[in-house]
Design a binder for this molecule. Structure first.
Ligand SMILES: Nc1ncnc2c1ncn2[C@@H]1O[C@H](COP(=O)(O)OP(=O)(O)OP(=O)(O)O)[C@@H](O)[C@H]1O
Length: 257
């Protein structure tokens, strides 16, 4: 039988995005296979956030289209795109600090999110789901503490757990290790490896040590276009990739670390 290439879960086709005439993204095409882990890097202003904003429907492309599981989504409102199974975790944690870790997870694990749904006692299945998420995020021992008292890294893992609770097909993580210690960063890479496969995961990050731990294909954006794709070793050996980081000392230092 001839082998067929499966249709990518996320397929960005030739999009251009402008803000008041300024082109943040120009004729960009980019795709992510189902169940894979992909990393997106690029210097400041390369268009990484704009690309994710376009995928979640916050920003509309001027031309081109975004397909998800074969369906064109680039004209749908944000809530419809989210309902299809695309979830984005932003850099800043969005946990409810006055609730415990378990309560935060239970809140997002509920199917009925109306006032009555929130007030009723959680079902056994919801408790089980919360237990699974606690285990996944390594927070079982912290289940009953207030989210306010979590360390920065723990808060980020809780929020990843809250995003995963919705069981998204595509998980978009925006600098998930910002502000983390080296040990927290390594634990986050392990967590993301566990998630990939069950979910398709796209991570934006600047920290080359973390990117190395992720050990996944990398797409480099520059000036609103895909500049290169490949593994870290190949990209590190590419003088043009190194050059686009020059003049941005913090990133250059990370890139060469
Ligand atoms: N709402 C907006 N209005 C005007 N210009 C914008 C807007 N959003 C982004 N831009 C511009 O588009 C370009 C791409 O920005 P974007 O934030 O997508 O880059 P980035 O790769 O995510 O950068 P960083 O790593 O600094 O977050 C930049 O020149 C930015 O100034």
């Amino acid at each position: 039988m001839p082998s067929e290439t499966p249709e990518p879960l996320l397929d960005v086709r030739d999009i251009t995005v402008s803000f008041d005439g300024f082109r943040a993204i120009t004729n960009l095409s980019f795709s992510v296979p189902k169940g894979s882990l992909r990393v997106l890097i690029g210097p400041n202003g390369a268009g990484k956030s704009t690309l994710l904003d376009t995928v979640i429907g916050k920003v509309r492309p001027d031309t081109g289209e975004v397909r998800f599981a074969g369906q064109v989504i680039s004209r749908l409102p944000e809530h419809r795109i989210a309902a299809l199974g695309i979830c984005r975790k932003f850099q800043a944690p969005g946990v409810l600090e006055g609730l415990t870790v378990r309560e935060n997870l239970l809140l997002t694990a509920r199917k009925d999110k109306g006032v009555l749904g929130i007030l009723r006692a959680p079902t056994g299945a919801e408790q089980e789901r919360a237990d699974e998420l606690l285990h996944l995020t390594g927070l079982t021992g912290r289940a009953d503490v207030l989210a306010a008292s979590l360390a920065h890294g723990e808060k980020q893992w809780l929020e990843i757990g809250m995003v995963v609770a919705a069981d998204p097909q595509l998980l978009l993580l925006d600098e998930p290790t910002a502000g983390m210690t080296a040990q927290e960063t390594a634990q986050t890479a392990d967590l993301i490896h566990t998630l990939a496969g069950r979910h398709t995961v796209l991570v934006i990050d600047h920290d080359m040590h973390f990117v190395e731990l992720l050990n996944a294909p990398i797409t480099v954006l520059h000036q609103g276009q895909v500049f290169r794709e490949g593994d870290l070793a190949t990209l590190r050996a590419d003088p043009e990739v190194m050059e686009i980081y020059l003049g941005r000392p913090k990133e250059a230092a990370h890139a060469q670390a």
